[in-house]
Design a protein around this ligand. Structure first.
Ligand SMILES: N[C@@H](CCC[C@H](N)C(=O)O)C(=O)O
Length: 292
């Protein structure tokens, strides 16, 4: 039996996990090099572990895995939203993964993480509790899309910064009714079948944005969304509202730094290990995989 997976007569088996947060976007991380779950088993684990009250509660579950001999990355991940949907990428999650990979000795301070969206270059600054990632090149940029929601006209923008994002500029982000508006944009037929994350953005000045994000797969507002912050800064820059360096204040009141350097997009912010814990699989209705 592995040192991080052990059985207790009373409750077990238990699996060690790491609870992290990147600017308030919270994740549970598991080391799948030891656990060896098959990808087909992971969605169920995400739903059980991320469930509030019954599980640990989190926006997503991340499995760190071997690089499987890929020369371009140091390790690979499997990222799942709280509802069990697999996402190609997560900006804040990748910063947390990079920090943990460094702390576990899986990779150096500068390394590359393999995601479904492509390799992500990461740099960890442990003394400042910061991690920086270079996102995949932005694609599918569409500015000024006219959308009608129940006879109300909106001008929205779209870009994929690893995952799909809608950006809606508003005069006062605090007054947006996100529980009502978020799902209506997220499920708009124009973005079917996958839908999109929805970012409501208030421009403060040429270097600062306020952002609230309704996230796909969490199906609610999160305290921060990294790829959403990058999408907002990129579109704001394309519309000449802001420059190439932008500070984005998210609902959790943390700052995410975005730098646009030609086709490269960088995301910097806090990545903190909150606690290390042991998950009781019996309580979660989960079982250990049958090891090959
Ligand atoms: N919070 C993440 C994005 C996670 C994936 C997203 N919910 C989706 O399914 O598209 C971030 O920090 O980028």
């Amino acid at each position: 039996m592995n040192q991080h997976i052990f059985t207790s007569d009373l409750f077990g088996p238990w699996v060690q996990c790491f609870k992290m947060q990147g600017s308030g976007n919270d994740f549970v991380l598991l080391d799948n090099r030891e656990l060896r779950l098959a990808p087909s088993e992971m969605a169920g684990w995400a739903r059980a572990v991320c469930r509030k009250a019954f599980g640990m509660g989190a926006d997503g579950l991340i499995f760190l895995d071997k690089s499987h001999d890929r020369a371009d990355v140091d390790y690979f991940w499997h990222f799942f939203n709280a509802d069990g949907s697999r996402a190609e990428m997560c900006g804040n999650g990748s910063r947390c993964a990079a920090r943990l990979a460094f702390e576990l000795g899986l990779a150096g301070k500068e390394h590359a993480l393999g995601t479904d969206a492509g390799p992500i270059k990461a740099e960890v600054f442990p003394e400042q509790d910061l991690a920086k990632v270079q996102l995949t090149p932005a694609r599918d940029l569409q500015l000024n899309i006219a959308l009608t929601l129940e006879e109300q006209a909106f001008n929205v923008h779209f870009v994929n910064t690893g995952v799909p994002h809608l950006v809606v500029f508003v005069p006062d982000v605090q007054s947006v009714n996100i529980p009502e508006l978020g799902p209506r944009f997220r499920y708009h037929p124009r973005f079917a079948p996958g839908g999109a994350n929805v970012n409501f953005v208030q421009i403060v000045d040429s270097g600062n944005l306020l952002l609230r994000t309704y996230e796909r797969g969490v199906e609610g507002e999160t305290f921060a969304c990294g790829t959403g912050a990058a999408a907002s800064a990129l579109i704001s820059h394309a519309l000449a509202h802001t420059g190439v360096h932008v500070q984005v204040k998210t609902s959790g009141q943390d700052l995410l730094g975005i730098t646009i350097d030609n086709d490269s997009l960088f995301l910097t912010g806090k990545a903190m290990l909150v606690f290390v814990a042991n998950l009781n699989l019996r309580a979660l209705g989960l079982v250990l995989p049958t090891q090959p």
